[in-house]
Design a protein around this ligand. Structure first.
Ligand code: MLT
Length: 337
């Protein structure tokens, strides 16, 4: 039998060790789920990783976030619903898949409004971004806490080089289920095929559709170069991919935790901009090395710009909050309608 003194020493030793462990190690870290529409290597993943790192750092490991890539948790539009209902914590998705739930967000998806990454940063990180965040909370019960910058959506297809709107004729092009993008293609003279992002790779592979548009970074991360050959470097839509949090989850947090979530989002946003600036040119070269052929649209994209802005902008003035709203955005960028 263990002597009483030795036994007491052991018990005390265990207690001290347990106390030290409980102070330094999270007993059971809370782990949140982040749905991610794109695959590994994508700008979306970069934003998610950075967010999770800062969250863990700022909470001494008491909070973690796990990424579920490649639409494992559902189509991007479904994840907005899931966050709204509080059955999913976070989602990283393209802005065009948020617009159906909060139409004013469409102001940043109108064709040819954003013309550079600097303009994208200025709008999303300033007054306009803050206003859109409030609108998504009001309309969809989700809060934008970070922005991913993915670059201009370029058109890819498996059939032929496309430089003019005439070349576009006859192609079956997949677009997200987003009215602004559907109307943009209509203004260019074709009827696009709306389809969920999670179904797009297979549809391209099985030639249900001939083409789609997404940024170079996404084309690379999703390995579209294996099934698409021709790229047209149009610049109609600068892809923004927010990280959203369920507003119910956000509101259930203490003020300190809310501040940490917002801080992690801010750092993830800055990281995303730096990542795109550092990576996009190289990725473009990789796509050419992988066999893709990149063409510039003819005449500086003149006919594409004219048709889209003339037909699409006025149609969406009401849904984005009025013509004044677009005027304000363009004025901030030193332009006007
Ligand atoms: C889409 O085309 O639906 C989205 O841009 C996909 C994405 O999240 O990259």
């Amino acid at each position: 039998m263990m002597k009483k003194k030795v036994w007491l020493k052991c018990v005390t030793g265990f207690a001290v060790t347990a106390l030290v462990l409980s102070l330094s190690l999270p007993v059971s870290a809370k782990t949140w789920k982040i749905a991610v529409g794109d695959s590994g290597g994508s700008p979306q993943e970069q934003t998610g990783i950075k967010f999770a790192q800062v969250l863990e750092r700022e909470t001494n490991g008491n909070y973690k976030a796990t990424l579920f890539l490649n639409g494992q948790l559902g189509s991007e539009q479904d994840t907005v619903n899931d966050c709204a209902m509080g059955t999913l914590d976070f989602s990283l998705l393209a802005i065009n898949n948020v617009t159906p739930f909060s139409p004013t967000v469409g102001s940043l998806s109108l064709p040819y409004v954003i013309q550079s990454i600097e303009e994208a940063e200025k709008l999303t990180q300033g007054e306009i971004g803050a206003e859109l965040t409030q609108n998504t909370i009001r309309d969809a019960n989700v809060r934008i806490i970070a922005w991913t910058y993915t670059g201009f959506r370029v058109l890819t297809n498996s059939k032929k080089p496309v430089k003019t709107l005439k070349d576009l004729k006859g192609l079956v092009v997949r677009v997200p289920k987003n009215a602004i993008m559907i109307d943009t293609y209509k203004s260019w003279g074709i009827n696009p095929t709306p389809m969920a992002w999670s179904e797009t790779f297979t549809a391209l592979q099985q030639k249900v559709v001939d083409g789609q548009d997404n940024p170079y970074m996404t084309v690379w991360a999703m390995k579209f170069y294996e099934i698409q050959k021709y790229v047209t470097a149009i610049r109609y839509l600068f892809s923004l991919e927010p990280l959203i949090i369920s507003e119910d989850l956000f509101q259930s947090q203490s003020p300190e935790m809310q501040a940490i979530i917002l801080k992690a989002g801010k750092e993830a946003t800055l990281h995303s901009a730096a990542f795109l600036k550092k990576s996009e040119d190289n990725i473009k070269k990789e796509l050419v090395n992988a066999g893709m052929v990149i063409d510039e649209p003819a005449n500086g994209e003149k006919e594409w710009i004219e048709k889209a802005t003339k037909a699409v902008w006025p149609k969406y003035y009401d849904s984005i909050g009025g013509k004044d709203k677009l005027e304000k955005i363009l004025n901030m960028l030193g332009r006007s309608i």
